[in-house]
Design a protein around this ligand. Structure first.
Ligand SMILES: Cc1cc2nc3c(=O)[nH]c(=O)nc-3n(C[C@H](O)[C@H](O)[C@H](O)COP(=O)(O)O)c2cc1C
Length: 178
């Protein structure tokens, strides 16, 4: 075996959690965007998603208070803006203005979609019971939007610290899943 012991504080860099997301909220009159990578699908239908959102963030407060957000999926051309949205807080910066992103009215929730993202999922929290203990919000996707022209989205994956990977080739292999 060529594996060596690996530091526990870097374990997160080994488990690829999926593409980074840009979560939008609206708290009072203030629209906001946060970038996040710790998330998981939980169920097919209704689609349930789990998001881990740090309790120091403006997004945590907004989501707790309003129970609504939009999960926006950025692709490669948005990488710099997505990272910058993850380095400042909506408490002090209007990120839509600062990073020239377009808020688009959603159908079911008050939080805006991001026009530039290839897909947007309007969500409501269904369980905040684990938010205090694990910063984990369980959300139901109540309306979904996707750009059907993009057949092979080049999504952005965070591999820890300053490392990112972009989704590559799409393969079709019989998976046995219905
Ligand atoms: C690539 C990347 C991934 C991140 N992933 C998460 C995450 O999974 N959960 C989280 O709470 N914060 C994550 N962050 C940090 C938040 O985006 C950051 O704290 C942000 O400033 C919060 O914004 P807000 O205060 O406007 O909500 C990530 C940041 C970057 C750059």
């Amino acid at each position: 075996m060529t594996k060596k012991p690996f530091p526990l504080d870097k374990v997160y860099t080994l488990i690829e959690p999926g593409p980074i997301l840009m979560v939008t909220t609206r708290f009072g009159n203030r629209p906001n965007i946060m970038t996040m990578s710790w998330h998981t699908m939980i169920d097919f239908l209704p689609p349930l998603v789990g998001l881990v959102i740090g309790d120091q963030s403006h997004t945590f407060r907004a989501l707790k208070a309003t129970g609504e957000c939009v999960i926006n999926i950025p692709t490669a051309p948005l990488i710099k803006k997505a990272v910058r949205c993850g380095n400042v807080s909506g408490r002090s910066v209007d990120k839509f203005k600062a990073f020239r992103l377009t808020p688009v009215k959603a159908a079911e929730v008050k939080a805006p979609m991001i026009g530039e993202c290839c897909a947007s999922l309007e969500c409501r929290t269904v369980d905040q019971g684990m938010a205090e203990r694990y910063n984990l919000f369980i959300l139901e996707v109540v309306k979904a939007w996707a750009d059907s022209r993009i057949k092979n989205p080049r999504m952005i994956h965070h591999r820890g610290k300053d490392l990112f990977a972009i989704s590559g080739k799409t393969l079709r292999i019989a998976s046995g899943m219905k």
